[in-house]
Ligand binder design. Structure first.
Ligand SMILES: NC(=O)C1=CN([C@@H]2O[C@H](COP(=O)(O)OP(=O)(O)OC[C@H]3O[C@@H](n4cnc5c(N)ncnc54)[C@H](OP(=O)(O)O)[C@@H]3O)[C@@H](O)[C@H]2O)C=CC1
Ligand SMILES: CC(=O)[C@@H](O)[C@H](O)COP(=O)(O)O
Ligand SMILES: [Mn+2]
Length: 406
């Protein structure tokens, strides 16, 4: 690491170490083992990988969310001196351990309480879990402020914006641009999208990521979540955040300054680059990531997204403007819909239809001031989404039964 003369190793925790962001983070840590003291690694169900990582990095503690896997984890770590723990509270306790840098990379609202616990210990929190910021923006930012923590954006676009800002105040910013790959259905018709299978939707053109975010990229709910994430992180209004489809995924984000300068951050599509940026911050560290060869990149394309095909992006802008509980409900409904799509319960366009229907049944839109408020509205969003999906299932069954009897 090129971070000068580190006196003692930095204490590190990785929440979601067995996932896509988690394994990229572990890869960087493994290359500089002496620089880091790994306090805790947290996984969901993948005990085998978690135990391997813990041994490799000589972690103090390994935590698995699924309690039924505790015995397996303990057995895998027997004789190593590494502590094992399991369950939801153990995950939150691990996140709350004093660490100089914590990666928050648990997917979805499940990552919210651990991310909050990490923020509250007042050090650096590298935030990949965008859903936490979307559903609990005020609560998260207040926790960061009150604890004096440093929030470092990992999401490639937001990390790019942070880099492009280069320490300038937000007063000098006119607007920002988040780029989007356009996903596997960038050029598909609505009919093709309606018929899309999970297998097709899981084929991201440029990034290799976990299943949930890959489906979000295909529906552009990911870009919608990112617009909200950017508003929270940088204190911008919805109309200051543009989205442009850029199929090469070489430019990750741009800042338009009020003097007319447009500053972009570029790099290959490898999350180890933004992760390394947060890990070494405010310095830089070496990574083995492929360098962009600009001469090989003959064109850089940019085009406006079609919000009539990518409905979740339009809805995300709507909930950002509405504020209150709407973003939390949007994100919760999306999580349920993505799961239902992956399990064959709804079609691909059913994701946007489910979110839309849930937003329409919301009877009120209160401000979410506490964690309990967020959890309550997250649960409501999930319940309304389930209800919508069940109703749609019943409707389709009735139609097919009627056509059989006709
Ligand atoms: N992947 C990427 O390139 C990017 C991801 N992000 C964001 O980062 C987050 C992580 O994404 P990604 O790494 O792709 O997701 P993955 O699905 O690959 O990984 C999720 C991680 O969280 C763990 N996990 C799941 N549920 C729980 C739980 N309840 N408690 C503790 N751990 C849990 C999983 O464990 P296990 O696998 O053991 O079950 C896994 O380690 C998401 O919010 C995503 O939007 C943002 C930008 C880019
Ligand atoms: C790598 C990353 O940051 C993802 O969020 C990425 O943006 C997903 O690709 P899309 O641009 O297709 O959503
Ligand atoms: Mn992103």
């Amino acid at each position: 690491m090129n971070s000068g003369s580190a006196v003692k190793p930095r204490r590190i925790t990785v929440l979601g170490s067995t996932g896509s962001i988690g394994t990229s983070t572990v890869d960087l840590l493994k290359r500089e083992k002496d620089e880091f003291d790994v306090r805790a690694l947290v996984g969901g169900r993948n005990v085998k990988l978690l135990a391997e990582q813990a041994k490799d990095l000589r972690a103090e503690l390994a935590v698995i969310h699924d309690e039924s896997l505790y015995a397996e984890l303990k057995a895998a770590l027997a004789g190593t001196g590494i502590k094992a723990a399991a369950g939801r509270q153990a995950v939150i306790d691990a996140a709350a351990l004093e660490a100089d840098w914590t990666m928050a990379a648990i997917t979805g609202a499940a990552g919210l309480e651990p991310a909050l616990a990490a923020a509250r210990n007042g050090h650096a929190i590298a935030l990949a879990n965008k859903e936490a910021l979307v559903c609990a923006g005020d609560v998260m930012l207040r926790a960061v402020r009150e604890a004096g923590a440093t929030l470092l954006p990992v999401d490639s676009e937001h990390n790019a914006i942070a880099q492009a800002l280069g320490g300038c105040s937000m007063e000098s910013v006119e607007k920002i641009v988040l780029t989007a790959s356009g996903g596997p259905f960038r050029k598909s018709s609505l009919e093709e999208m309606r018929a899309a299978t999970p297998q097709k939707a899981l084929k991201h053109p440029t990034w290799s990521m976990g299943a949930k975010i890959t489906i979000d990229s295909a529906s552009m709910a990911n870009k919608g979540l990112e617009v909200i994430e950017a508003a929270r992180l940088f204190g911008l209004t919805e109309d200051q955040i543009d989205v442009l489809i850029h199929p090469q995924s070489a430019v990750h984000g741009l800042v338009q300054f009020k003097d007319g300068s447009l500053v972009a951050q570029m790099g290959s599509a490898d999350m180890r680059i933004p992760i390394a940026h947060t890990l070494a911050w405010p310095q830089r560290m070496n990574t083995p990531c492929q360098r962009l060869d600009l001469s090989a990149l003959s064109t850089l394309e940019f085009e406006a997204p079609d919000e009539n095909r990518f409905i979740p992006l339009r809805l995300a802008r709507q909930v950002l403007r509405a504020g209150g509980a709407a973003p939390a409900v949007f994100s919760a409904a999306n999580e349920i819909a993505v799961d239902a799509f992956l399990n064959g319960r709804i079609g691909f366009l059913g994701i946007g239809e489910t979110i839309d229907s849930v937003l329409q049944v919301m009877p009120e839109n209160p401000e979410l001031k506490t964690l309990d408020d967020v959890l309550e509205w997250d649960a409501k969003g999930r319940m309304w989404a389930e209800e919508h999906i069940l109703k749609q299932g019943d409707r389709l069954r009735n139609i097919s039964e009627n056509s059989v009897h006709a």
